[in-house]
Design a protein around this ligand. Structure first.
Ligand code: SF4
Ligand code: SF4
Length: 308
């Protein structure tokens, strides 16, 4: 594998997207920085390109003009042509990224770029006027941004020095000693909570919920916190789970709970990464179940909203 892991990084972070004018990742108009690499593997993840902690390729067949440059370049013979067009043998691919560099049509793209804090800061600062007018700022999301905690800590610190509001969107699945250091420069935490039953949590995400719940309590004691629940039909939308989540949120005293409805849009990304989507059978939650979850949360005296 030629791709670099985090261990080789010095002052660089691996980012897969910087989204401007974001209005769903905290208050006001924000710039959201998406860090690549995640310690969870949620079956429903709508950003599967965020999971691997190294750059990879994504193939957009519809853009292919059939020039054959990728096939000529690939050092391991992973690319071929058939009556269906250009095909990638993902089992052979070593993610050397060469095909992405030579493709003239962006039909194969490299996902993930190593950047410095200065690079990101420059982009974030371009929209300072919008943050000031809207009460917005910068949000760092993922993947799990805490995997690159030293990088994001420095990024948050330097945003704060410039008077830019800072928010961290996290699963909380990281050692407390790292989270603690990052929180010193964070104004708001958007904290994901998927399931109160650790067995079900492991089934859906690959890890248990013990550390996540323990960290949530400590985070909410220190920093303004919004709890976020991705509502996944037939996984975490049972009355028991929503009631338990609401009681937990009420006990640790979060400012509000956001219910994020599952959507199938991320499903089309999986084949582009050479992966299978495991949620083919699941549809978005209906309005009634969203409303019911909202009412259950509100019945514990909490502020709840759908979709933010
Ligand atoms: S990234 Fe592209 S060029 Fe490199 S091995 Fe994979 S398919 Fe071949
Ligand atoms: S280089 Fe790009 S456009 Fe040319 S055949 Fe390969 S994927 Fe298609």
């Amino acid at each position: 594998m030629s791709a670099r892991g985090f261990e080789r990084l010095n002052d660089e972070g691996l980012v897969f997207n910087i989204q401007k004018f974001s209005i769903h990742d905290g208050p006001g108009i924000r710039t959201t920085v998406f860090m690549k690499g995640c310690s969870l593997q949620c079956k429903w993840c709508s950003n599967p390109e965020s999971i691997k902690p190294y750059p990879e390729i994504m193939a957009f067949d519809i853009r292919c003009i059939g020039c054959g440059k990728c096939m000529q370049t690939c050092p391991v013979g992973a690319i071929s042509f058939s009556e269906k067009g250009r095909e990638i043998d993902w089992a052979k691919c070593t993610l050397c990224l060469e095909c992405a560099w030579v493709c003239p049509a962006k039909a194969i793209e490299c996902i993930g770029t190593y950047v410095t804090v200065d690079d990101v800061l420059k982009k974030v600062e371009e929209d300072s006027i919008f943050y000031q007018n809207s009460g917005g700022g910068m949000t760092v999301s993922g993947g799990e941004a805490l995997l690159q905690w030293e990088f994001i800590r420095e990024l948050f610190k330097r945003c704060r020095d410039r008077g830019i509001h800072t928010a961290l969107d996290t699963t909380g699945n990281a050692p407390w000693r790292k989270i603690e250091k990052v929180l010193e420069h964070v104004d708001l935490v958007l904290y994901d909570c998927k399931h109160m039953d650790t067995r079900k949590h492991r089934e859906g995400t690959g890890v248990g919920n013990e550390l996540i719940l323990k960290n949530a309590e400590k985070v909410a004691l220190r920093v303004r916190t919004w709890l976020r629940i991705p509502l996944i039909p037939d996984y975490n939308d049972s009355e028991w789970n929503i009631r338990e989540l609401a009681e937990f949120a009420s006990r640790i005293n979060v400012e509000k709970v956001s219910i994020l409805p599952y959507n199938e849009l991320g499903g089309s990304k999986y084949p582009k990464l050479g992966q299978a989507y495991r949620m083919e059978e699941t549809a978005a939650p209906d309005v009634e179940s969203l409303q019911k979850a909202k009412e259950t949360i509100e019945s514990r005296g909490l502020k709840a909203e759908i979709g933010r």
